[in-house]
Design a protein around this ligand. Structure first.
Ligand code: KIV
Length: 286
């Protein structure tokens, strides 16, 4: 934001120190309006690449480009001043090599002013996370169900529901934490696995569909507001805005068709006084 305020933004190290403490509150924000509303109430505003699906109607997050993430993150930064803003690195912007990841992450940090980036992957991304964190870029990891791998996984189903799979996810978590990440998202896994991981790592875990055992929670804003037509099992709808929006739009359409909107209250009246003209020399200097 261009103006100076006394409010200090929450930093990635502050979030890291919250391990085992007061639960960390995270919501996604993709634009200025929601960022402004959410900022006083959350610890982290997450500019998730889910914006490709929620805002742009894509089937998956795979096609989301880096430029789009940067544009949305800039809007969120302009309208917030307190919450840590974490920006997702989109598919294709970091997997190739640590150096490629650094270039993409540096663009995100420089062009948005955000406080951290997030990337998906466990053991396979450990080297990249260490490369970024060793060069001044705070990284949030993301393990469990990793939506950018949807084509490899064959869908968005929950992971780690069989004990036999747990060690793989625990290895991912330990690799992410050991690489210097300040926190990690655990998405859509069975509760006992999330609880084990949360106990095993020294950084906060942020759950989405991963139970209350995590150190914090994240939801997609549009899901919890009841704007999304179909939501996963783990979403609690705290409002029914879909219904409210439909009712409002129906009422507006009815009023426009009946010519009852705009009424006098919403119409500019004619002014009786003559327009005020500048007095002689009023605007001249000296
Ligand atoms: O893309 C996203 O919004 C996310 C969060 C929900 C964790 O990754």
């Amino acid at each position: 934001m261009s103006h100076q305020t006394d409010i200090k933004r929450i930093t990635a190290p502050e979030i890291a120190r919250r391990k085992g403490g007061e639960p960390i509150v995270v919501l996604t924000a993709y634009h200025a309006q929601s960022a402004r509303l959410l900022d006083p109430h959350v610890d982290i505003l997450m500019v998730g690449d889910s914006l490709g699906m929620v805002m742009h109607g894509l089937e998956t997050t795979v096609p989301v480009p880096l430029d789009l993430m940067i544009a949305h993150a800039q809007a969120v930064m302009r309208a917030s001043e307190r919450a840590l803003v974490v920006v997702d690195m989109p598919f294709g912007s970091y997997e190739e090599s640590p150096a490629v990841a650094f270039r993409s992450a540096a663009r995100i940090m420089k062009e948005t002013g955000c406080g951290a980036v997030k990337l998906e992957g466990g053991v396979s991304m450990a080297e990249t996370i260490a490369y970024l964190t060793g060069r001044g870029i705070p990284v949030m990891g993301h393990i469990g169900m990793t939506p950018q791998a949807v084509n490899q996984l064959g869908g968005f189903a929950a992971r780690g529901r069989h004990r036999a799979e747990w060690s793989r996810f625990e290895e991912d978590a330990i690799a992410v934490a050991g690489s210097g990440a300040f926190s990690m998202v655990i998405e859509a896994v069975a509760e006992p696995l999330a609880a084990r991981i949360t106990q095993e790592v020294r950084i906060p875990t942020i759950g989405i569909g991963a139970s209350a055992a995590c150190d914090g929670q994240v939801l997609v804003l549009e899901d919890m507001l009841g704007l999304t037509p179909r939501v996963p099992k783990f979403v609690k709808e705290y409002a029914q805005l879909r219904v409210a929006v439909e009712d409002a739009v129906k009422a507006y359409a009815r009023d426009v068709r009946a010519r009852t909107f705009p009424s006098e209250e919403h119409t500019y009246p004619v002014l009786d006084e003559a327009p005020r003209t500048a007095k002689k020399n009023e605007f001249s200097v000296g």
